[in-house]
Ligand binder design. Structure first.
Ligand code: HEC
Ligand code: HEC
Length: 293
């Protein structure tokens, strides 16, 4: 019975993808399906860049934020922080910033002072090379490094409310700034690894990230409008989750949807994929915390 259900689901998914493939022949990808109701992403009088020109070596002709692909109702929720449900977590993060924890009797504030100054621009540059570790760090890794090595506190779980609150709060300090990650030097090898993963076909549906987010963005896949899978809004409040979630959670969900065995949150695989995706979205404004369907 279970097996039957599974193959039924695969057949359904495959059928949906065939529809996508057929539609591709007659539509110009990219413009199709974008905003039906013109709107700009302006928050607190600041205009965020949701569409930017792509560099010559980009596989995309234009770099477009996921916000542009959502319906007007979802887009509007991001325009005002009072309507943005992610701010429940931002507020928690702000409170944790000055909460003493661990054997050293310190809080984040003890060393980093005012987050609006010390953390400004930080989100835009992550994942970032860590010389001591000899590998790139996602922001979650960095926060836990400060907790365990500098505060004598326990690491937070990747998807815990504390970690999500803190990464949302730190990320908010970069809102509106252009994404700009390092891809050269020691990062080159990790970037390449992320790129390989992005184009690698996996799972029972034998698909790559690119099959959906590069080849078919703007088109419908079942009830969803495919975006470019950009990550400039993470952590993001997702209506379907009824909460905020990390970018690695999203990767995991997409892999599971194509019936692949997902990598672990915080794994080298997902960190390199995050690095590669950040580089594909260079120039887009940080939207943290964004709202998606
Ligand atoms: C004892 C001092 C200390 C405490 C307490 C501390 N940090 Fe740090 N933090 C540092 C230092 C030093 C660095 C720079 C490390 C490096 O460059 O490798 C850093 C770096 C960071 C960065 C990266 C900044 C960048 O420009 O890339 C983030 C984010 C961060 N800390 C967040 C936190 C958070 C959140 C807390 C509280 C949970 C915290 N830190 C607590 C000392 C501290
Ligand atoms: C079968 C199609 C499909 C594949 C393959 C797929 N995704 Fe997705 N993905 C979706 C759909 C549908 C959504 C929700 C609508 C949207 O934003 O595209 C989504 C959303 C996302 C988002 C959120 C975008 C935002 O604006 O918040 C990211 C990031 C993402 N995917 C990354 C990936 C990565 C990385 C891979 C490969 C490991 C992948 N996806 C593979 C269908 C797919």
């Amino acid at each position: 019975m279970k097996k039957l259900f599974l193959s039924g689901a695969i057949a359904m998914a495959a059928a949906a993808l065939v529809t996508v493939a057929a539609a591709q022949d007659s539509t110009s990808i990219g413009s199709e399906g974008l905003q039906t109701e013109p709107m700009e992403l302006v928050i607190d009088d600041e205009k965020l860049m949701t569409r930017v020109g792509a560099p010559a070596d980009s596989p995309l002709s234009e770099i477009i934020s996921g916000w542009e692909f959502r319906n007007p109702g979802t887009r509007k929720m991001e325009l005002d922080d009072f309507d943005n449900p992610a701010f429940i977590w931002v507020d928690q993060g702000e409170a944790l910033w000055s909460t003493v924890d661990g054997t050293e009797g310190k809080s984040c504030e003890t060393c980093h002072d005012d987050a609006s100054e010390s953390m400004r621009g930080v989100r835009a540059s992550y994942p970032k090379w860590d010389e001591a570790k000899g590998k790139p760090q996602a922001m979650e890794h960095q926060v836990n490094e400060c907790r365990t090595e500098r505060m004598g506190a326990e690491a937070w779980k990747w998807e815990s409310d504390q970690m999500l609150g803190m990464t949302a709060y730190v990320g908010l300090q970069s809102r509106g700034m252009p994404v700009e990650v390092q891809t050269d030097g020691p990062m080159q090898e990790w970037w390449q690894r992320g790129k390989d993963l992005y184009y690698m076909r996996v799972g029972q549906l034998d698909m790559s990230c690119a099959n959906c987010h590069e080849d078919h963005y703007g088109e419908m896949i079942r009830a969803d409008r495919l975006s470019q899978g950009q990550i400039n809004g993470f952590p993001t409040y997702r209506l379907k989750w009824q909460k905020i979630g990390s970018v690695h959670r999203r990767f995991k969900g997409c892999m599971e949807n194509i019936r692949a065995v997902a990598y672990k949150r915080g794994s080298d695989e997902f960190t390199s994929l995050e690095l590669y995706l950040a580089s594909r979205g260079q120039g887009l404004s940080v939207e943290t915390p964004a709202v998606r369907q």
